[in-house]
Design a protein around this ligand. Structure first.
Ligand SMILES: Nc1nc2c(ncn2[C@@H]2O[C@H](COP(=O)(O)OP(=O)(O)OP(=O)(O)O)[C@@H](O)[C@H]2O)c(=O)[nH]1
Length: 430
């Protein structure tokens, strides 16, 4: 919803809208029902002749007004003349309770009396009959028309139910109150007056004034709009918070997997740095940590054996068969040695065609045996390009000394093996 994207703007618009609605209700939204000389609503006259009296009512209309001319006679005990205007034929009538006031522009000429009666007759099937208007509730307003035909404005809550009507129709008390919700007819009447002579009730207009929307309804609407706005802003806030939360969770997840990938990459890179790219065995840097650890674990009865291995006349192979063949020999060599040693032994490319085999928990005699086994295996092996390849071995074990000392001793043993004719194992005790 666009409105909740800009809550401040929405509040401003809402403020303006509330003001406009309330002002509009106050000054506008007027609803008027007007009855004047031009009205086509059916009118009827009654007088007391039907009750044995002699009063005579006449209706006189001109361009400006309609008038009830009543020749009131005192023959009958309750003389009267009456003018009725049917507002509607619909049984539900007109709901005048939604109107605030009635404006009466009525002139009254009489031999003496000044007060008139105005009735709003409402039909309710609970106590009345649709086809008998005497059973319609007589909501009554007694008023004195202003002198000179001035307009008289009377609030509609001034209506009361005529007591004679209540007693005449024996109305239950729950229906005794005024009812302007279903008015079908209005009446102007001289009832209650007894001065004989000519009474003229001249009506320029009767207007019922109200509002299409009452003040209470408008206030309710404005409050409802504010509540709706507040609710949508809150819901939007909640949604945004959820979105942000989801977003930051996703980012957190992304970062975590990125970190994981980097860690893995670092591990791979680290592992690659620790291995010889040609043969795949460890290089010198790659054995450093393990060597220190194994040296620490080494004990006289379970020593770390150090076996230097150097391929014999390797330069010749390179020279005669080419560097690539030399590479293949190096690969074949590491692969073959790999099959002869234990999982816990370390074969390390020390440099060029020189390798060191570290065997934890291996006494010198066992180390010599292993070296012999490897030497014989290599000598009898079918090498690439039908080569005959041998290797020389310098063997020792680590004593209570720095690792470098044992390496030096193994190197010296290897040198001796080379010197004595190659393809042999020489061991030097610590
Ligand atoms: N193909 C190949 N040759 C290498 C590699 N590293 C070192 N070499 C060669 O290995 C040869 C070692 O030669 P030397 O140190 O003279 O030793 P040698 O010929 O084996 O003689 P002895 O060790 O005395 O038996 C050199 O020619 C190096 O170029 C490698 O990765 N691949």
């Amino acid at each position: 919803m666009r409105i909740v994207k800009y809550p401040r703007f929405s509040v401003l618009v809402m403020l303006l809208l509330s003001g406009v609605l309330l002002l509009w209700q106050h000054f506008g939204m007027n609803r008027v029902i007007r009855i004047d000389a031009a009205t086509t609503l059916p009118m009827a006259l009654q007088d007391d002749r039907s009750s044995g009296g002699a009063s005579v009512a006449r209706l006189i209309r001109d361009n400006d007004a309609f008038a009830l001319h009543c020749l009131l006679s005192s023959t009958y005990e309750w003389p009267y003349c009456e003018m009725s205007i049917r507002l509607t034929d619909k049984p539900e009538g007109i709901d005048l309770s939604r109107f605030d006031s009635v404006k009466l522009n009525v002139e009254y000429r009489s031999p003496g009396a000044r007060a008139l009666r105005f009735f709003a007759r409402s039909y309710d099937p609970a106590y009345g009959k649709a086809n008998d208007d005497t059973t319609w509730k007589a909501n009554e307003l007694a008023f004195t028309p202003a002198v000179g035909g001035e307009v008289k404005t009377i609030p509609l809550h001034s209506f009361n139910v005529a007591s004679w009507w209540l007693s005449e129709h024996n109305i239950p008390v729950e229906y005794a109150g005024p009812d302007l919700q279903r008015v079908r007819m209005i009446q102007l009447s001289t009832s209650g007056l007894k001065e004989p002579g000519e009474h003229v009730i001249r009506v320029r207009y009767i207007e019922f004034h109200g509002k299409w929307v009452s003040r209470e309804q408008m206030a309710l609407l404005v409050v409802a709009l504010w509540v709706a706005l507040a609710a949508s802003v809150l819901v939007n806030d909640l949604r945004q918070m959820q979105r942000r939360l989801r977003h930051s969770r996703r980012r957190e997840e992304d970062l975590r997997s990125l970190t994981k990938a980097l860690q893995l990459e670092n591990k791979v890179i680290g592992e690659l740095a620790r291995r010889d790219p040609l043969t795949g065995v460890r290089n010198r840097a790659g054995i450093r940590d393990e060597l220190l650890r194994e040296a620490e674990l080494s004990q006289p009865e379970r020593p770390l054996a150090v076996i230097f291995i150097d391929l014999d006349h390797f330069k010749r192979i390179n020279d005669e068969y080419g560097h690539d063949t030399g590479d293949l020999v190096l690969k074949q060599f590491t692969a073959e040695v790999g099959t002869l040693i234990r999982r816990e032994d370390y074969l390390v490319r020390w440099g060029g065609e020189e390798f060191v085999l570290f065997c934890p928990n291996t006494p010198l005699a066992s180390a010599i045996q292993l070296a012999e086994k490897i030497r014989l295996h290599l000598r009898d092996l079918e090498w690439v390009s039908d080569l005959h390849v041998t290797a020389s071995f310098g063997v020792t074990v680590l004593a209570q000394e720095p690792v470098a000392d044992s390496l030096k001793r193994a190197d010296e043993a290897l040198y001796q093996a080379k010197h004595e004719g190659r393809d042999r194992v020489i061991a030097h005790r610590p």
